[in-house]
Ligand binder design. Sequence first.
Ligand code: BEZ
Length: 219
Amino acid sequence: MNDRIADACPLVPLASSLKIGDEAPDFTARTTQGDFTLSSLRGRWVILFSHPADFTPVCTSEFIAMARAVPQFEAMDCALVGLSVDSLPAHLAWLEAIRSRFGVTISFPVIEDPSLAIARAYGMLDLDARNSATVRAAYFIDPHGIVRVITWYPATVGRSVAEMLRVLAALQRVERGDVMTPEGWIPGADVVLPAGQTHEDIMAAGPDWFMNMSRDTEA
Ligand code: BEZ
């Protein structure tokens, strides 16, 4: 475990106050692909996602979908990293069961977090839960190590990999240019231009001054 988290552990509250815009806490942990340090992925996008428990149906469905989408995430220079409080042997057994039963190889690392150190640092724990299972949290971390999006789903509702890809594309689009993305935006769709800051800007923009949509110059 990285010193920063290990040292902070007794002080880390059960509910982390990690927010979007914060630096993602760094850590080193055991994974299904050997020891892993989050900061080793600086320069790439990372989606760090927790799941409540190995060998459970909703989590299995998510892992299969995420594994199948790895080429799409890779094309967007984004690494997937899974995590749960289960042990490394449990993770390895579960991934092998997914491979043998569904023919799907989980090619991204899955972190074991039995001490809950990482889950606490990130705020992946549901304080009302009766056990230590993490919620379905996902942290979209930019190439500078900054948390850009946090999602929290209950254990009983699986996430949408298509939505994860869409959110990642939107984050990358707004990062590249002076635009925002409207509801449901997908690459190629119109973007939102920032509202004018002066009376002249607003007059020039016309009646749509408060929602200035534009064709995306990248489309
Ligand atoms: C599931 O992944 O199926 C699951 C995990 C924890 C609680 C309930 C469902």
